[in-house]
Design a protein around this ligand. Structure first.
Ligand code: ADP
Ligand code: AMP
Length: 217
């Protein structure tokens, strides 16, 4: 099962991916997570991408595509994967098509989590993430059981630098038109399923499961 979660920042991709990848036993490949891990580990890649992430700008296509190509060649991705946050541009989508053609791994489904801009702003500015495992919470919409502590691994929750209001505005602006273009790109290829991302987390999960099950039949 080769699946893409498409959606603007804050649409709920990471939240849903955590449960879906557990249930369907496929790796969760999130370009944002790869970049943040590289920044934390102070690798060369981290140095290269830090200023883009801090400002909420997209990392250049060439570099992003190279990272994804390397990741998809790892053995755990040979029998399926869930891509979250990639592709974010048409050039990335075209590069992905090429990679998957070479690997003979056709895309199964592109699930588009649709959420209004106003709601995204609210979700992103109230988001808290686990400093260790990356699990995503919200101060009011999806709070942890104990304030500022991760339910999954017990580590402290933090606010992402790019979830500050200024960076949120830039990120939404960077991604709005591009996400629409990508939805059209996959719709034209008969791969797009629209999911009502504003519904409660459990309902969104059920809709995604149903879409994936239909595909598997
Ligand atoms: P993305 O990975 O698409 O950027 P996240 O999964 O991190 O988005 O979700 C963004 C924020 O919205 C988080 O604070 C999360 O807890 C919250 N959230 C996710 N899905 C929903 C939902 N269906 N309803 C309300 N809040 C949600
Ligand atoms: P995310 O965790 O998906 O919100 O991504 C965080 C940041 O990582 C983005 O604001 C970009 O700076 C960078 N990023 C993640 N995925 C991509 C991508 N596919 N193309 C370019 N930049 C990306």
């Amino acid at each position: 099962m080769q699946v893409i979660f498409l959606g603007l920042p804050g649409a709920g991709k990471g939240t849903q991916a955590a449960s879906i990848t557990d249930e369907f036993h496929i790796p969760h490949i999130a370009t944002g997570d790869i970049f943040r891990a590289a920044i934390k580990e102070k690798t060369m890649l981290g140095e290269e991408v830090k200023s883009y992430l801090d400002q909420g700008l997209l990392v250049p296509d060439e570099l992003t595509i190279k990272i994804v190509r390397e990741r998809l060649l790892q053995p755990d991705a040979a029998h399926g994967f869930l891509l979250d946050g990639f592709p974010r541009t048409i050039a990335q989508a075209e590069a992905l098509d090429k990679m998957l053609e070479e690997e003979r791994l056709p895309l199964t489904n592109v699930l588009y989590l649709e959420v209004s801009e106003e709601e995204l702003h609210h979700r992103l500015t109230g988001r808290r993430v686990c400093s260790k495992c990356g699990a995503s919470y919200h101060v009011t919409l999806n709070p942890p059981k104990v304030q500022d502590v991760c339910d999954r691994c017990g580590s402290p929750l933090i606010q992402r630098e790019d979830d500050r209001p200024e960076a949120v505005r830039v990120r939404l602006r960077e991604n709005l038109g591009r996400t629409g273009d990508l939805a059209k790109y996959y719709d034209d290829r008969g791969l797009l399923t629209r999911i009502k991302g504003e519904n409660p987390i459990g309902d969104v999960y059920e809709d995604i499961r149903q879409a994936l099950r239909r595909q598997a039949e």
